[in-house]
Design a protein around this ligand. Sequence first.
Ligand code: 13P
Ligand code: SF4
Length: 309
Amino acid sequence: MNVSTLQQKITALKQTKKAILLAHYYQVPEIQEIADFVGDSLELSRKAASTEAEIIVFAGVYFMAETAKILNPSKKVIVPDVNAGCSLSDGCPPDKFEEFLKNYPNHVVVTYINCSAEIKTLSDYVCTSSNAIKVISTIPEEQKIVFAPDRNLGNFLIKETGRDMVLWEGSCVVHEAFSLEKLIRLHQKNPDAVIVAHPESEAHILRTAHYIGSTSGMINYIKSSPKTKFIIATEHGILYKMQQEVPDKILIPAPSKEDNTCACSECAFMKMNTLEKIYTCLLDESPEVFLEQEIITKAQHPIQRMLQI
Ligand code: 13P
Ligand code: SF4
């Protein structure tokens, strides 16, 4: 089946089954085009919590679909590919994290939403890259904090908030792939370009960036900036939405360390989702996300705390 036939079939199936298709900005354009809602992880969580659809098809990665299930447990949440994981989530196993926490009694546990449902049950607060500073600022000054699983976002937060935080040593394979040397050379060739970066990037990349923010934060920044040229240090999929929002501006993907053929970084997990897989998952209403009620109840608390902030 070609792209437009698949898109039409998915759109028709969504209507008959009263389903909503939620897609992260890192999805390929043909998925974003037919999604009912495209957003960053915070916006997608809010949408998942408020939807009246009977089925949520989540085109993102697994922890995002789990979050949708936690927030809306009576709905059927299905995913195009159950193997669409995340290096941050996979790099923080619950048993190891539980052991780690034993070293830090009396610490408040703040976890980045990029973690499994089990890790969320061990958390006091969940945050995303767009609200992490806000979430941390609600915690009393004298309170020590454990932050997991992203050490780059954690170090950025320590710098921004001046708080005492113990970090779990996790990272995003995509955002750690940017080359500082190539980025500096690219900027020397384009001295008028503004560098924007996602806070999952390494500290040296963040130090060269003129603006640091979440996926939606970057889009809003570029939209409101009077400048016309930008170098983007985040996953390549975001360029589709960004370019739609600012058709007259020049967007250049930041170069990766390894990749000589493509200047951009792509999240292989996000790109596991395809139109074909969305179609079959909607048709079969499978694979479905299942979570034990106890996990849902415990994980709801830190996520709801975040959504109320
Ligand atoms: P956002 O919270 O900006 O959507 O980021 C999610 C993510 O996985 C970034 O790699
Ligand atoms: Fe996870 Fe990184 Fe992919 Fe985001 S880009 S889903 S943090 S692996």
